[in-house]
Design a binder for this molecule. Structure first.
Ligand code: NAD
Length: 390
C-alpha cells in the first residue's frame, strides 16, 4: 500500500443552496488526501443531478437518493468504490442514512446532532461497534488548534483543579420568524420532526456541551435548565440557559441563543482552575488567552513554535505561519484529517495513534443526545436539577 492513500468520498446532502455540505467539501479537499467522487446531494433528485454537474462528478455516480448510491457503489469493483460517506442532511435523516451506510460497509462522517433522540444514538453506537467502520461526528469546534492547546494545557495540570466552566453560543439570526419566509435552514431547524426535541439547544447548545467536555476532560453530571421560545408560533426553543455540575465538583454555565439580536457566531469558552484561567473565542480563534493570578494576561498565538512544543495536536492542526489567520474551514479540515488518517490505519490493519483518533466520534454523539434529553427533562421538571441521562 502506498504510504498516503487518497480516499474517495461521497456525500449525502449539500445540494444547491445548502450550507454545511459545501463547507465539508472545501475542507475535505484542503490537504489533497480526499477526492469527492459520488453523491446523493439533495432530497430533490433534479437538484442532486444539478449539484453533481456543478462539482464535475461523473453522471453515473451522481445518484438520485442515498439508497441508490449505496447500491451503485456496492456494484462497483471494490477498489473503485467510495471509502467513506459524509452525511450533511437535516437531523432527522442522520440515523437512517448513517445506519445504512455502516451496514453497507462504508466509513461515515456525520453532522451533529448525531440523531433525532437518545434511542437512535444508542442503536447507532451498537451498529458502529458491530461494523468495525470508522465513525466521525462533525463537532468542528474541537478542530481548532488553540482549543487543542487549551485541552493539552489543562490535561497537563497547568491550571490546577478545574473549578468553573462558562460556555456560550449566542446567535441572532432567528430573532424573527424567518422560517415563515421559507428560508431553508430556518424551516427545518424549527420543525420538531426534522430537528428533534430541542431547537437552539440541539443545534448549537450541543456544540457548547461538546466543547466544554473536550477542553476540560470533565463530564457534565447534572443540569438545571430553562428553555424559552421567544418568537410567537415557533414550536421549539430559541434560547436556553443551563447551570452545570461536572464530575470533579466543578460548576458551570452554558447558554445558547438564536434570538440574541446582532450576535453572529459568538461561541466562546472560559475555564478557571485553581491556578490559571483561559478564554477562547470562535470569532477570534487564532488566540488563546491565559489568565494568571500574579502577572499580566498571556496571549498564546497559533502558528508559533511554543504552541507546538506544548501541544503536538495543535501543531498537527496548523497549516499557516502565525499571523496568517486560520479558522472555520481549517477546523473542518483538521477533523477530516484525523478521521481519514484513522481510516487509512484501520483499513491497513494498523492501530491508529492517539493523535489520529483526536476527532469526535459516536460516543460524543451519544453524549450530545443525552445532553439534549437532560436539558429537555430539566426544563419540564419542577425540581430542575436533573442527572445527566445515561
Ligand atoms: P441545509 O438545509 O442548508 O442543507 C441540507 C441539505 O440536505 C439540502 O441540500 C437538502 O436537500 C439535503 N437533504 C435533505 N434530506 C436529504 C436526503 N434524504 N437525501 C439527500 N439529501 C437530503 O442544512 P444545513 O444548514 O447545511 O445543515 C445540515 C446539517 O448540518 C444539520 O444536521 C445541521 O445541524 C448540521 N450543521 C452543522 C454545522 C457545524 O458547524 N458543524 C453547521 C451548520 C449545520
Amino acid at each position: 500500500m502506498a504510504k498516503f492513500r487518497k480516499l474517495k468520498m461521497a456525500m449525502v446532502g449539500g445540494g444547491p443552496g445548502a450550507f454545511i455540505g459545501d463547507v465539508h467539501r472545501k475542507a475535505a479537499r484542503m490537504d489533497g488526501g480526499i477526492e469527492i467522487v459520488a453523491g446523493a446531494f439533495d432530497i430533490n433528485p433534479e437538484k442532486s443531478q444539478q449539484m453533481g454537474r456543478e462539482l464535475c462528478i461523473a453522471p453515473e455516480r451522481t445518484y438520485n437518493d442515498y439508497k441508490s448510491m449505496l447500491k451503485g457503489e456496492l456494484a462497483l469493483p471494490e477498489q473503485d468504490r467510495v471509502d467513506f460517506i459524509s452525511v450533511c442532511t437535516p437531523n432527522n435523516w442522520h440515523f437512517p442514512i448513517a445506519r445504512d451506510i455502516l451496514q453497507a460497509g462504508f466509513h461515515v462522517m456525520c453532522e451533529k446532532p448525531m440523531t433525532l433522540n437518545v434511542k437512535e444514538a444508542k442503536e447507532l453506537k451498537k451498529i458502529v461497534a458491530k461494523s468495525g467502520k470508522v465513525f466521525g461526528l462533525m463537532h468542528n469546534y474541537t478542530g481548532y488548534p488553540m482549543i487543542k492547546l487549551a485541552r493539552d494545557m489543562i490535561a497537563k495540570g497547568e491550571f490546577g483543579k478545574i473549578r468553573k466552566v462558562v460556555v456560550q453560543y449566542p446567535q441572532g439570526w432567528l430573532a424573527t420568524p424567518l422560517e415563515k419566509t421559507g428560508q431553508q435552514q430556518a424551516a427545518w431547524r424549527t420543525d420538531p420532526k426534522q430537528s428533534g426535541g430541542a431547537g437552539c439547544m440541539g443545534d448549537i447548545g450541543t456544540h457548547c456541551e461538546n466543547l466544554a467536555e473536550y477542553v476540560t476532560g470533565l463530564k457534565i453530571t447534572e443540569i438545571c435548565a430553562e428553555l424559552t421560545t421567544f418568537v410567537p408560533g415557533r414550536a421549539l426553543d430559541d434560547d436556553g440557559n443551563c447551570i452545570l455540575k461536572f464530575d470533579n465538583g466543578a460548576k458551570g454555565l452554558l447558554h445558547a441563543s438564536q434570538i440574541s439580536v446582532g450576535e453572529e457566531n459568538n461561541l466562546a469558552i472560559w475555564v478557571y482552575g485553581e491556578k490559571k484561567g483561559l478564554e477562547w473565542r470562535q470569532e477570534d480563534p487564532n488566540y488563546l488567552k491565559v489568565k494568571v493570578m500574579d502577572g499580566p494576561e498571556q496571549v498564546w498565538k497559533r502558528g508559533n513554535a511554543y504552541v507546538g512544543a506544548k501541544s503536538p495536536a495543535a501543531a498537527r492542526a496548523t497549516r499557516l505561519p502565525s499571523g496568517h489567520p486560520e479558522a472555520f474551514f481549517e477546523a473542518f479540515a483538521n477533523t477530516y484529517c484525523n478521521f481519514t488518517d484513522t481510516i487509512r490505519a484501520v483499513d491497513a490493519g494498523k492501530k491508529p495513534t492517539k493523535l489520529m483518533l483526536d476527532f469526535p466520534n459516536v460516543d460524543d454523539g451519544l453524549r450530545g443526545m443525552l445532553f439534549i434529553e437532560t436539558v429537555l427533562a430539566s426544563n419540564k421538571s419542577k425540581q430542575k436539577w436533573t442527572s445527566f441521562k445515561k
